[in-house]
Design a protein around this ligand. Structure first.
Ligand SMILES: [Zn+2]
Ligand SMILES: [Zn+2]
Ligand SMILES: [Zn+2]
Ligand SMILES: [Zn+2]
Length: 802
């Protein structure tokens, strides 16, 4: 997803292997990014571009005139089955393939409004009704739409507007004597019912929904740092000869304190599983819901009612405002390149978007340097020494930087030493050019070249207007080509930077079905972004912060107490509670090019005989830890048991297969069978796995789900508490994993009316989740609702076994 699709990757790999040795050597040993780019770019042949074009065409990114009807009918089927969520997604897909101001688009919006109505999304429903009307909803169908509008307004407690809509409706009837008598009666009856409701609601005040913006406003840094934007004054930016830039605490920091709150400089929504080739599928229109259907392509907000770009079917937004902003900032250039960008992957897309955003930064010194030097001196790129200098932080001791940029001692800072969320800071992130393999650099350079050629063909004019505003106008046409090359080099730099600096923007998705009432949450990757301030944080396998996201804003909170002078650290992925030391170090070396020396790594390196820790096997007789490699023997002195590792591993595989089957049963609602199978699994697990083994925890968690689904809250809680103990041992009592597990337990107690237990667990869950997410987290909001609901219960219900 991040890198180009496999077909293009293997194509480039083959092209590379067929290059004469001398050219391979030239590219491998090129000193600067611009050399790499220009050499690779000159090798891009028309047939390569043709191949890429064929791949791009596999993505359905344009508007297909036959698709709206298909999606509307598929949506109607779901609607009839009362699957309103499914229907909403399909109508959205219909909308995105419709032309503006067509009957297609208005019908899709109108149908979507009906589904949203059933989902209780009245505000959004109203918006869709307006959209249907502005795009020319057929006159003959208006009454249905107006009725829905009136119902929404009544439910939302806006009686005045509802009355207005009702009188519109009545005049609509009066104007249409042709309406069938039966239809007229139905409408009349609904009208009467509505009028009564309006009267009931007349006195109610309007509700104000807690909006996203409010959440972000409320979550402010206590005191903003003067040296680093978006950062609290409790930290400062330092450089370390070994680590390069790092953030250090300037005072004692308490758990939960907000340290960084930074909006992404750039972000690109990960499209999700978007099947490129529809050859094998029955229908060329995909009916599955992907990230691209459910989240705004600009602000990443979850939305059930996206509005599509007028020019393509793949870019969708939460609102007209986001649509317009995206268009002005980057989408006007990207719109026609959808297929190519999906083929070349998210990193390439971010690289392009970063340079597009850079056009708008007047203060961006790098930009001025980049194009100023070139155009003023009217030289070609390779000879421009200044450019080469700017683009050559990348070879060898980058962090040391050998004083090349005299005025800025810390890379990325401006002359006054201030580090900001801007293109200058993004540009200063290290591309680690010397560490990437030659063929990887070739792949990136060739992909960027292909993108540049397309840009040149499609909309060079538009691309360059933003950046060359007034002073460069004189230079006009002759310099356009080298100018695009500069952007190519910048894009190549970004593509290489992203491997170490890309930040996955995640969200917590709730996966529980309506039936079992318990929501399982899991973290999913929503988008990829660049956050120059968050990028200042170095890695630890046992970090002292927690990163989370609202919209495109990243927040970093202290997850434990941090003493003055300590470094602020976060985890790049390989966390000590999820991966063994060897696996972690391997991953950090191959992706991030460094050897981790964090305390857990040092500790584990010194005691390599420790084995795989909590994932270990135990003796089936005495439950002591089994020790050894190929043949393991019992650690207890009084026991002589021994067993081969192969045997244990195959036993574990069998068990995991059984658990997989049980989960399938659980998903299909065959609860009784699932429970029997899971109980068997647990029994089998007890004979050879430690009680803290993740598989044991997983089985207990599944059992809790199964009992909850069958309404046995007591048993469900008992099993979840066992799972909770495993999570506590593995991840620690204040970990975010613990928070999610406590949240589930609170739901179970709540549903089972175990009031004291519920209140107690709610309090624990809140405490843990607050540290990691702050007060605007969905789960915390939900916990608070549960709490106030329990506290409001009449005393008679608070007795036992109610
Ligand atoms: Zn948006
Ligand atoms: Zn578009
Ligand atoms: Zn480590
Ligand atoms: Zn034993």
């Amino acid at each position: 997803m991040d890198l180009p699709v496999d077909e293009w990757k293997s194509y480039v790999l083959q092209k590379w292997s067929l290059l004469p040795k001398s050219i391979q050597v030239t590219i491998s040993t090129a000193e600067t990014l611009s050399d790499i780019f220009l050499h690779s770019s000159s090798l891009l042949q028309p047939e390569d571009e043709m191949f890429l074009k064929r791949l791009s065409r596999g993505y359905l990114v344009g508007k297909d005139p036959n698709a709206p009807l298909f999606y509307r009918e598929e949506g109607n089927k779901k609607f009839q089955k009362k699957d309103y969520m499914g229907a909403t997604v399909l109508y959205s897909k219909g909308v995105s393939h419709s032309r503006p101001n067509s009957e297609d688009i208005s019908l899709c919006y109108a149908n979507r409004s009906a589904a949203l109505f059933h989902l209780g999304q009245y505000e959004t429903c109203l918006k869709d009704i307006v959209r249907a009307q502005t795009h020319g909803y057929p006159e003959r169908l208006q009454p249905k739409l107006l009725l829905r509008k009136a119902e929404c307004l009544v439910t939302l407690g806006r009686p005045h507007e509802a009355s207005q809509t009702i009188s519109d409706l009545e005049s609509n009837f009066a104007a249409k004597p042709t309406l069938a008598a039966s239809q007229f009666q139905v409408l009349q009856r609904t009208l009467c019912r509505l009028k009564v409701k309006v009267q009931e609601k007349e006195n109610l005040t309007e509700t104000s929904p807690a909006a996203l913006t409010k959440a972000l406003e409320d979550m402010d840094l206590r005191e903003e740092n003067e040296q680093i934007s978006s950062t609290s004054s409790s930290v400062s930016l330092c450089t370390d000869p070994l680590k390069g830039r790092c953030l250090v605490a300037t005072k004692d920091i308490l758990p939960g304190e907000l340290l960084v709150k930074e909006d992404a400089f750039v972000s690109v929504l990960n499209p999700g599983e978007m099947p490129p080739w529809h050859r094998g599928l029955e229908s060329k229109w995909d009916t599955r819901a992907t990230n691209g259907d459910l989240y705004c392509h600009r602000c990443l907000k979850h939305t059930l009612a996206p509005v599509p770009c007028d020019g393509c079917s793949y870019a969708k937004y939460c609102s007209q405002e986001c649509l317009q902003q995206a268009w002005d900032l980057y989408h006007s250039i990207e719109c026609s390149l959808g297929g190519l960008l999906l083929t070349l992957g998210v990193f390439c897309h971010i690289a392009l978007r970063s340079t597009l955003l850079a056009r708008f930064e007047e203060a961006g010194k790098v930009i001025n340097k980049l194009c100023g030097e070139i155009t003023n001196r009217d030289t070609c790129l390779p000879e421009s020494k200044n450019l080469a200098q700017i683009l050559s932080y990348d070879l060898g001791g980058e962090s040391k930087n050998k004083g090349k940029t005299v005025e800025t001692p810390i890379p990325g800072c401006d002359i006054n030493g201030k580090y900001e969320n801007n293109y200058n800071a993004v540009f200063s992130l290290l591309p680690h050019t010397g560490n990437h393999s030659p063929v990887h650099k070739f792949l990136c350079a060739l992909s960027v070249s292909a993108l540049c050629r397309q840009l040149e063909a499609a909309s060079l004019q538009a691309f360059t207007t933003g950046l060359r505003s007034s002073k460069l106008k004189a230079a006009a046409a002759p310099v356009l080509y080298p100018e695009l090359n500069i952007w190519g080099v910048a894009m190549l730099r970004h593509m290489l930077q992203l491997q170490c600096n890309a930040q996955a923007i995640t969200t917590i998705q709730q996966t529980g079905s309506e039936k079992n009432l318990i929501t399982n949450s899991r973290q999913v990757r929503l988008a990829t972004g660049l956050f120059p301030v968050v990028s200042l944080l170095n890695h630890s396998c046992s970090p002292n912060t927690s990163v989370s996201f609202i919209s495109t804003v990243a927040t970093v909170r202290a997850s434990q107490q941090i003493k003055k002078g300590q470094e602020i650290l976060h985890c790049y992925g390989p966390h000590e509670s999820r991966m063994g030391v060897a696996e972690r170090r391997q991953k950090l070396r191959s992706q991030y090019f460094f050897d981790c020396n964090c305390p857990p790594c040092e500790r584990e390196k010194q005691r390599p005989s420790q084995g795989p820790g909590r994932e270990a096997f135990c003796c089936h007789r005495c439950r002591a830890l089994l020790q050894g490699y190929d043949v393991l023997s019992c650690g207890s002195t009084s026991c002589t048991e021994s067993v081969s590792r192969d045997h244990l591993v195959s036993q574990l595989q069998d068990l995991q297969q059984q658990v997989g089957m049980a989960r399938k049963l659980l998903r299909n609602g065959e609860l009784e069978r699932a429970i029997q199978l899971l109980l068997g699994c647990r029994h089998a697990a007890e004979s050879f796995l430690l009680a803290e083994h993740s598989v044991v925890g997983g089985i207990e968690d599944d059992l809790a789900q199964a009992y909850a689904a069958s309404g046995d809250w007591e048993k469900s809680a008992a099993h979840l508490q066992k799972s909770l103990r495993v999570v506590e041992v593995r991840h620690g009592p204040t970990s975010v994993e613990m928070g999610h597990e406590l949240f589930k337990l609170a739901q179970i107690f709540f549903n089972g009316f175990a009031i004291p237990e519920a209140l107690n667990t709610i309090q624990q869950a809140e405490k843990v989740l607050l540290v990691h997410y702050g007060p605007w987290n969905d789960e915390i909001q939900e916990l608070q609702k549960m709490k106030s609901c329990l506290l409001d219960l009449p005393p008679i219900l608070v007795g036992p076994n109610q």
